[in-house]
Design a protein. Structure first.
Length: 44
């Protein structure tokens, strides 16, 4: 079992969360064309 830490979103985390968002919504079933830059703006 892996240990995960849930942290509040902060400015320092935005690029990481933007990358996760882009990866999640660029694949199945949505297949949207998200760049990390655009996803980071959206998450922010």
């Amino acid at each position: 079992m892996q240990n995960f830490i849930i942290s509040p979103i902060t400015i320092e985390h935005l690029n990481h969360y933007g990358a996760i968002y882009a990866a999640a919504f660029s694949g199945e079933p949505w297949n949207d064309d998200w760049s990390v830059k655009d996803a980071t703006i959206h998450v922010r």
